[in-house]
Design a protein around this ligand. Structure first.
Ligand code: GCU
Length: 407
C-alpha cells in the first residue's frame, strides 16, 4: 500500500500535464464567466456597505435555494446542554469538559461536544470544528469518552478501531489532525464533536440523526452539509453560555466535506470571527465553473444527500447555476477567512480554491479591509489531501494576528 502510494506520488510529481487525466488538465478548463459578486439581481452595482448588506442577504438566499437547501421552517434552534464531565487535562495546562448538547427537547437527539480550554479563567478564544471519527480519535487520553454513535471505519484508523460500526478503544488518538497541545500552548481552546452524531454520513433517506425528528427535506431544503452547518451554530449557542469561552473569538474549522460545512456555517452565522476551510474543494472553496478535479455532478452522484435535491438540477450544467463559490467566500467578509490547499490534492482544485479567494477579495476591500494577504489568507502546502501540523501553524498564526491580537 505504502509502495503504491509512493509510486503514485512519483507519477504525479513527474508526469507532464499532458499525461494527467483530462479532469486534471489545466488546458481543458473551459472559458467561463463568473457571476458578479458586487452586482445585485436587479442589475444595480453595490457601491457601499449598506448596499452590500442587501446583496449579502440575496446571495445567502441563492445559496440556500439552489445548493445547500433552506433549514426547514419550524426547525427549533433550542438546545439542552448537559455537562457530563469536567476534569483537568494535560497535567493541569488545560481543562476538559464533555457536554451532551440535546437538540429541540431535553431528551432530543444530541451531539457530544468536547471542550478543551487553556487553564485559567479566560475567556479563551477557540477553534470549533467537527471531527470524522469521534472525539476519542483526536487525542489518546482516556478522559475522552468513546463515541456511542454509528461510525465508519476510515482508512487512517487502525484495525479494530471500529467494530460493527461502533468505536473501540483501539481508535483512541488515531487521528493526527488535531494538535491539541499546540493549540493550548498558543492560548487557544478547542471545541469539537463527531459530525455523525448530527447526521450519519451515509444515504439513509434522511431517517436518522436530527432528521429523525425534522423529517424528510423538500427539494429545496437542507442536505447533510447544511444540517452539519446548522449544528455548528448550535455548538456556538452553547459556547456563548460558557464564561470561560470568548465567543467573539471563535474560528470555525473544517477539512474536506467538513470544510464545505465550515464555509456554509460561517456564511450564515456571523458570530464566527474566523472561518477556516482546509482542502474543501468542490462545493467548498473551489470555483465550480472551472470544472477541474471533482465536478458538481461527481459529488452529487457519490454523496446524493450532501446538498439539496435542487442542486442536482445543475449536474453537468455548471454555467446555469446562478452562483459560484467566490460568492460564498464573500459572505464571510469582513471577517477573517483562511483557505488551505495541498499541492497533490488536485481533486479539490487548489488553483480554483485560490481563485475563489481572489474573486471574493473585492468585497473585503469595499468593506474597508485589505482582503488577500490579510483578512483573506491562502496557503498551499506540499503533499496530499489532509490536515498537517504545517496547516495548523498557519491557521494559528492567522487567528492570532487577525482575530486575537487584531485590535
Ligand atoms: C470525496 C469527495 C470530496 C470530499 C472528500 C472528503 O473525495 O469527492 O468532495 O471533500 O470526499 O470529505 O474527504
Amino acid at each position: 500500500m505504502k509502495a503504491l502510494s509512493i509510486v503514485s506520488t512519483f507519477l504525479l510529481l513527474f508526469s507532464t500535464q499532458a499525461e494527467l487525466p483530462d479532469k486534471y488538465n489545466e488546458a481543458l478548463v473551459p472559458a467561463y464567466e463568473l457571476p458578479e459578486v458586487l452586482i445585485k439581481e436587479n442589475g444595480e452595482r453595490v457601491e457601499d456597505a449598506l448596499a452590500w448588506s442587501d446583496r449579502r442577504a440575496e446571495l445567502l438566499q441563492l445559496f440556500a435555494e439552489h445548493m445547500h437547501g433552506h433549514v426547514p421552517a419550524g426547525v427549533s434552534n433550542e438546545i439542552f446542554p448537559k455537562v457530563r464531565k469536567q476534569v483537568d487535562f494535560l497535567d493541569g495546562r488545560a481543562t476538559l469538559r464533555e457536554v451532551r448538547v440535546h437538540f429541540v427537547e431535553p431528551d432530543g437527539p444530541f451531539m457530544d461536544l468536547l471542550v478543551i480550554l487553556p487553564a485559567g479563567e479566560g475567556p479563551h478564544p477557540l477553534f470549533l470544528g467537527f471531527n470524522f471519527g469521534g472525539n476519542h480519535t483526536i487525542h489518546p487520553s482516556r478522559d475522552i469518552s468513546l463515541t456511542e454513535s454509528w461510525v465508519k471505519k476510515i482508512r487512517w484508523m487502525p484495525e479494530g478501531a471500529v467494530v460493527d460500526h461502533r468505536a473501540t478503544d483501539l481508535g483512541r488518538g488515531c487521528c493526527h489532525r488535531w494538535p491539541v497541545e499546540d493549540m493550548i500552548d498558543s492560548g487557544i481552546g478547542l471545541a469539537t464533536a463527531y459530525y455523525g452524531d448530527v447526521d450519519p454520513d451515509f444515504d439513509d433517506g434522511f431517517k436518522n440523526g436530527v432528521h429523525a425528528i425534522f423529517g424528510q427535506p423538500k427539494k429545496n431544503e437542507w442536505g447533510s452539509i447544511a444540517t452539519w452547518a446548522w449544528a455548528l451554530s448550535r455548538a456556538m449557542d452553547y459556547i456563548e453560555t460558557v464564561p470561560e469561552c470568548d465567543s467573539e473569538k471563535v474560528a470555525v474549522f473544517g477539512h474536506s466535506r467538513l470544510g464545505k460545512t465550515a464555509l456554509w456555517a460561517g456564511a450564515n452565522d456571523t458570530r464566527f470571527a474566523m472561518v477556516i476551510s482546509n482542502n474543501s474543494g468542490s462545493g467548498g472553496a473551489a470555483l465550480t465553473r472551472r470544472r477541474f478535479g471533482e465536478r458538481l455532478q461527481d459529488g452529487n452522484t457519490m454523496f446524493p444527500y450532501w446538498f439539496s435535491k435542487r442542486f442536482h438540477d445543475y449536474n453537468e450544467k455548471e454555467d446555469t447555476l446562478p452562483i459560484d463559490q467566490h460568492q460564498l467566500l464573500a459572505l464571510i467578509a469582513p471577517r477573517c477567512l483562511h483557505i488551505a490547499s495541498a499541492s497533490e490534492d488536485l481533486w479539490a482544485d487548489p488553483k480554483g480554491e485560490y481563485l475563489s479567494a481572489y474573486h471574493a477579495a473585492p468585497v473585503y476591500e469595499l468593506l474597508g479591509k485589505q482582503g488577500l494577504g490579510k483578512e483573506v489568507r491562502y496557503h498551499k502546502r506540499h503533499g496530499k489531501h489532509d490536515v498537517m501540523p504545517f496547516d495548523w501553524q498557519q491557521f494559528i498564526n492567522t487567528f492570532q494576528s487577525e482575530v486575537i491580537f487584531a485590535d
